[in-house]
Write a protein that binds this ligand. Structure first.
Ligand SMILES: [Mg+2]
Length: 233
C-alpha cells in the first residue's frame, strides 16, 4: 500500500501563469522576467501566511499587497489599489483553471489502483482552498476526508504534524507515503522531516538543496511522466 499526497497550487495545476497574466492585464505591460516576478511574489507569501490561515486577513488583501510589493520591487508602473484589482482579476482567472490532460490521466490511474490512496495537503485560507478543490473537480479522485487545508488546522506547512494527520487519516506509515509539491521549503521540507518520499516540482530551477527529494523534476510534463510511469514505489 502507498499514499500519494499532492499540494494543489502550482502542483496539480499551474498557478504561476494566472498570477502573471492578471498583473499584465491590470498594468497593461508585458512582464518578460516572469520568473523573477513569481520569485518575489512567492517570497512575499511567507510574510503573512499565518494571518491568512487564522483568517485575520483575506486572500484578496494579502494578494493585493503581494502584487504591489512585487510591482514596486520590479519597478513596474502602478498606482495604489492596482494590487487589489490584480488580485480580483487573478480570482476571475482562477475560475477557469484546469488540470492538464496528463494530470487527469495520472490521477485516473492512481484512483483505480487498489494499492494507492490519494490525499491533498494545501496551505491557505479554508474557503479559498476548498473553492479550488471544487473548481478543479478534485472530488473525482480525492475523498474529501483526505483533503487537508492548513486553514482548517492549527498548523502551517512544513509542520510535520500535518503529515502525521495524513498518516493517521490514510492508515499508512511514513515510508509508504509520497509528497508531491512545488515548494521546497514547505512541501519537501515537511516530507523530509516526516520520513516520507518526495517528488519536487522545481518550476523555477532553484539550486539543489542539501537535503534532496527522491525525485526532482522541472516541468509539468516531467512530473506527469513520473506519475504515469509508476516510479513512485
Ligand atoms: Mg504549491
Amino acid at each position: 500500500m502507498r499514499g500519494i499526497v499532492f499540494d494543489i497550487d502550482d502542483t496539480l495545476y499551474c498557478r504561476q501563469d494566472l498570477l502573471v497574466k492578471a498583473a499584465e492585464d491590470v498594468l497593461g505591460v508585458r512582464i518578460d522576467d516572469w520568473r523573477e516576478f513569481i520569485r518575489i511574489f512567492y517570497e512575499k507569501s511567507d510574510v503573512n501566511m499565518a494571518g491568512l490561515e487564522s483568517g485575520e486577513v483575506t486572500t484578496r488583501e494579502t494578494n493585493g499587497w503581494r502584487y504591489e510589493e512585487t510591482f514596486r520591487i520590479m519597478g513596474l508602473p502602478f498606482k495604489h489599489g492596482d494590487g487589489c484589482i490584480a488580485a480580483d482579476v487573478y480570482l476571475e482567472l482562477q475560475s477557469h483553471m484546469f488540470l492538464s490532460e496528463n494530470m487527469k490521466k495520472a490521477l485516473d490511474a492512481f484512483a483505480s489502483d487498489p494499492y494507492t490512496r490519494l490525499a491533498i495537503l494545501t496551505a491557505g485560507e479554508s474557503k479559498h482552498q476548498w473553492h479550488k478543490v471544487d473548481m478543479l473537480g478534485l472530488d473525482k479522485w480525492f475523498d474529501r476526508a483526505n483533503i487537508i487545508v492548513t486553514g482548517d488546522t492549527d498548523f502551517s506547512k512544513p509542520d510535520v504534524r500535518l503529515c502525521r494527520m495524513i498518516e493517521e487519516q490514510l492508515g499508512l506509515k511514513p515510508d509508504e507515503l509520497w509528497m508531491i509539491g512545488d515548494n521546497y521549503d514547505k512541501d519537501i521540507t515537511a516530507a523530509l522531516d516526516a520520513g516520507w518520499h518526495s517528488v519536487w516540482l522545481n518550476r523555477r530551477g532553484l539550486p539543489e538543496p542539501e537535503r534532496r527529494a527522491d525525485i526532482e523534476v522541472f516541468t509539468d510534463d516531467e512530473l506527469t511522466d513520473i506519475l504515469i510511469s509508476n516510479r513512485l514505489r
